[in-house]
Write a protein that binds this ligand. Sequence first.
Ligand SMILES: C[S@@+](CC[C@H](N)C(=O)[O-])C[C@H]1O[C@@H](n2cnc3c(N)ncnc32)[C@H](O)[C@@H]1O
Length: 402
Amino acid sequence: MIERINPRALEAAVARMPEPDAQARAHSLKLVSLIRDEIAAAGGRIPFDRYMELALYAPGLGYYTAGARKFGGAGDFVTAPELSPLFARCLARQCRQVLEDLGGGVILEVGAGSGVLAADLLLELERLGCLPERYLILDLSPDLQQRQRQTLAQRAGHLVDRVDWLSGFPERPFSGVVIANELLDAMPVHRFRYADPLLQEQYVAWNGEQFELLWDAPASADFARQLAAPLARLQGVDGFESEINLRAGPWLAELAGSLERGAALLIDYGHSGAEYYHPARNRGTLMCHYRHRAHDDPLVYPGLQDITAHVDFSAIAEAALASGFHVAGYTTQAFFLMGSGLDQLVAESDPNDTEAHLDLVQGVKRLTLPTEMGERFKVLGLTRGWDGSLTGFAMRDMRDRL
Ligand SMILES: C[S@@+](CC[C@H](N)C(=O)[O-])C[C@H]1O[C@@H](n2cnc3c(N)ncnc32)[C@H](O)[C@@H]1O
């Protein structure tokens, strides 16, 4: 997914967006009607995070909970496991280190998308002779759970018996590895505007014809306290708009209650708090994706487009510490993959098998080049009840930047 681009380019991107067909429009209108009813019941407006939650996850209608194709060339965006199996193969090597050191355990993938990562990871762990006891998948979307079952049946049918789909974190504490790729960026965020000392929150209202965004006093008296870290970085700043993910903290606390021994790898595009809430980044990081067009208008085609925000990894690390995790590493995706055996996988590829070799080289480029996913994506490693040192961070660890 792309970095912020200039506002004119974003407007042009909306203008150039392909028109949805009649069925997709009808679907979007149903979601519009549901959100409108909630706005009316709430007295005329809802906080932005609730709009985003409904747009992405309203049962049967939200972007992730309804049937449209999202991932890959025919969808709206491409993620690392969809781009190249090298991503899963490197992650498998990091999982092997933890599982071998723990003497076994499970893998829990949260937010498994199309299921490609689960399938490729299991296949590679099988090749490495290190299959997990179980592969658990936790995903909010029943529609995507269905897709994951299909993908696993097609790509790794003989391993499907090892996979369980969960409706919440495991009730019995477990040992193993937790993986979440592009999960945190898909959590609904609150949007705020700050002109020191005035703090406002963004709401979504219905003006009789369409949704509109408006700013007003925060809905909760606690909002300023929750924003203490960003606001401390923004003293004296005028007209700064951004987002904050207030759901990641409770999510990490729940995860900590479930993971007894092992590691969690959180992979996403984002920055340290100082970069995220830098005065120059004064329009925030919210981005929308529709058929490979990126723009910043979350009100376009509700239910048909993805809405995401970058991740503040300093806040995630702090919340993880507060929940009893050890912050074991933070680095770029490129360095993490290199620390997890990417060079060895490239060395093993046979250049005489031209097509496969070119595919692999293309995958390496897209996963690691700074202009592609290599630097915008970061990996945060957390451990709990296990004090091994994760190999993926051996090449470069940037925890001092958090
Ligand atoms: C951007 S997609 C990433 C999918 C996949 N990991 C990949 O890299 O292709 C986000 C995924 O997270 C799921 N999701 C979002 N919030 C979740 C939550 N709180 N718990 C579990 N799954 C969640 C969505 O349904 C979707 O499958």
